[in-house]
Design a protein around this ligand. Structure first.
Ligand code: GLY
Length: 338
């Protein structure tokens, strides 16, 4: 099967993302030459086992968003200390987006920065979370509020691990793939899976290379995410990230329509792509209240100037601050949220 190599270009911190079947066997070759030890951060049910020629330890973290917190970072760091991990060694994150976010942040803070290689095992991880160097954990007050930009040394997307991915996880990944559909205009479902992942990685790599620290253009990667993060939290994570992103993009399209940024056809196109083509849910759970969502959206990291959204418009998808609450009300009314 064909193998794809995409480079995230960041001058001396550039790194390869390898996509293909069986490519996890390239791990040893991608480990920094200085590393004598590897700390593998993973979870119990992860289907991918890695083989290394250097000394290694496996650190298993809890399953579920409730474990994506500072206590987990402390526990991982203590295990790094017991193992004798040094700054010239390597951390390896093997799992979904939660694992690579946590492993990446542990590596970023261990001895003020230790190399990390990610082996994402979910579609969300491969097309988004493991790429681009955003790492971090949640606080009770919000998602990913504590973290660091810490680029990996390499990312290995072995599509073999997707064969056992539960259907819901695949749906979540499709939420992020649909996002790239709007960012690039590409019909991503028309291409085979490894090529599709590689194309999504390519789109993300170009955006990250142009704006690593999200001072501008990178924010478009958060399309649908302002409402999505609030939805995940107000549903106590019953709604998974990709499912919430799909609903969040529909909400953003309604918002853009009421703000006269897009026309009816473009709004209808969002439903066509997200609901009809990608077959993702587009309705908010009836139990969720708009007042809770608005409160949570105000805490969004991007909310530098009032309520901030990433919205479609004549110039394409861009960040829009200070969105008036009347438009938010209109968008919630259109989606029948109480
Ligand atoms: N997932 C959004 C970003 O990496 O910027």
């Amino acid at each position: 099967m064909t193998e794809h190599k995409i480079v995230v270009s960041l001058a001396d911190r550039s790194y390869p993302v390898i996509v293909g079947s069986g490519v996890s066997n390239q791990l040893q070759a991608l480990i920094p030459k200085t590393a004598k030890r590897a700390a593998i951060v993973t979870q119990q049910k992860i289907p991918l086992k890695v083989n290394l020629e250097i000394e290694s330890t496996t650190i298993t973290i809890g399953d579920g968003e409730q474990h994506k917190n500072l206590q987990t970072i402390e526990s991982i760091s203590q295990q790094f200390a017991k193992f004798g991990l040094t700054r010239s060694d390597v951390v390896i994150g093997v799992g979904g987006g939660m694992v690579t976010d946590v492993a990446g942040f542990a590596a970023a803070s261990w001895h003020r920065g230790t190399a990390v290689i990610h082996l994402p095992t979910t579609l969300v991880g491969m097309v988004d979370a493991a790429i681009g160097g955003k790492t971090g954990v949640n606080l009770d007050q919000g998602k990913n509020l504590v973290g660091a930009f810490w680029q990996p040394t390499a990312v290995i997307c072995d599509v073999e691990s997707l064969k056992t991915l539960p259907e819901r996880e695949t749906r979540c990944g499709l939420g992020e793939v649909a996002k790239y559909h709007f960012l690039s205009g590409d019909d991503l479902l028309a291409i085979e899976l490894p090529e599709r992942i590689a194309r999504c990685v390519q789109i993300k790599a170009e955006i990250v290379s142009a704006d690593e620290r999200e001072q501008g253009g990178r924010a478009v990667l958060n399309y649908g995410h302002t409402l999505a993060h609030a939805l995940e939290r107000s549903s106590s994570f019953a709604l998974a990230h990709g499912e919430a992103v799909a609903i969040g993009m529909i909400f953003a399209a309604h918002l853009a329509r009421f703000m006269n940024r897009i026309d009816d056809d473009r709004l209808a196109y969002h439903y066509k792509v997200i609901r009809d083509t990608y077959r993702l849910g587009v309705e908010l759970p009836k139990t969720i209240k708009r007042s809770d969502l608005v409160g949570l959206m105000r805490l969004d990291k991007k909310a530098i100037d009032g309520l901030t959204f990433v919205l479609d418009g004549k110039n394409g998808i861009e960040i829009v601050s200070g969105v008036e609450e009347k438009y938010i009300d209109q968008a919630f009314n259109a989606m029948q949220v109480i």
